[in-house]
Design a protein around this ligand. Sequence first.
Ligand SMILES: *Cc1c(COP(=O)(O)O)cnc(C)c1O
Length: 464
Amino acid sequence: MKKPAGNYSRRKFIIQNSLAGTAAIIGMNFPHLSSPGSRETGAPAILGGSPAWAPGQKPEWVKWPIWVPETDEPRVLEVLRSGVWSEAKVVKEFENAWAKTIGARRCVTTVNGTNALICALVNLDIGAGDEVIVPPYTFIATIQAVLQTGAIPVFVDTDPETFQIDAGKIEASITPRTRAILPVHIAGLPADMEQITAIAKRHNLVVVEDACQAWLAEINHKKVGTFGNAGCFSFQNSKNIPIGEGGAVVSDDETFIDRCVSYHNFGISYGSMVDKMGPGITMIGTKLRLTEYQAAMGLAQLKRLDTQTTTRNENAGYLRSRLMEIPGITPYKLYDNVTRAAFHLFPFRYEKNEFAGLPKAGFLSALRAEGVPCSGGYDTLNDKPFIRHAFQTKNFKKMYSETELDYNKFLERNQCPENDRLCQEAVWFTQNLLLGSKTDMDYIASAIEKIHKNAGKIKKTDQK
Ligand SMILES: *Cc1c(COP(=O)(O)O)cnc(C)c1O
């Protein structure tokens, strides 16, 4: 974000110029934009005008993470002073609380969400020779988790309206090698689980839900993470329930969770695994254990998650209705059966043609200048070199034939044109903005309206 240099006369010229231009536009082409109480009539901040915020008011977005010493620290201090820091009863308490919150029978916590995914996939026996269906619009961890198991990710294009995997396109990508579908509830908006679970049933596939952005999101009042064989969560610092690093696998399948617990603790038999495999170190495993102080932090954060989720839903719904009115701005859509979203992100599409051809980068800079933090979202993943590298590793070369690892064929097979376009058009607000007031949402809408009106001028100054 760069403010124009302090050349007063040039700045003044620009301001006057844009005001004149604004006046010409208002009431002619976009009368609906001059809604009462909106502040979009000034010059854009990036051209020297004052930001969309009320005069004298500084943009103060909720800082993330939130930590309340009085209520959050007693339990953490108790743990610190106890000297029991490695996984014990507080971790158990957090796992039970998380299972209850999500409405799953069981939960095992892990060091992070990435390893929650790996743990779930491995213990559902996904590995060499398997194909796992994934969306291309996701955080890198989803795809790396699949590659870590030795399976090959198969990308199914995105539904640009919802930002989720296009369930209608999944069946065309199923082969005799397909073993799993890994839907991601990206942005905290639920994927189309009704269709996905039906497809999985028809083709005898397992479903692992990447709910690493979707704590408390619901479809028909049932929490996401409980639709598939396993649901995976992240508690990383930026997430809606942050503890620095942490993750969880939930499931109703007790044997599966017992296997995950064993796996996450060096393969030492746990629960029903003792009967199945005998006592002791009976299976391959690793170490993914959370610490007691992280669990204590999680319990503190969990207390406010529900209230915050309600606030995010209210603000997102209102902001969405405001942004729907702006030409060239198309907010996310929720599937009809979604009863609650998590709103880790508030995603929308930006069409530059409706903004006088102003490139997305210019739009983002202009919006930041108005005091509204925003992001250009994910880049494509299906064409990135990490997959080629995976194919070149010793393990992959042992697991697959040369033809199976033909990278050009992989690229050809995994084209996602809708997603390519979405990556170019997508813009996000992060969840902490949605913890603001309704007036804050009005500011955001006003800022975008102002940029829309002045897009031609902003483009001409070629600000980046
Ligand atoms: C954050 C995230 C992960 C990984 O979680 P970490 O705790 O950061 O390892 C996986 N998938 C998605 C969609 C995420 O947003």
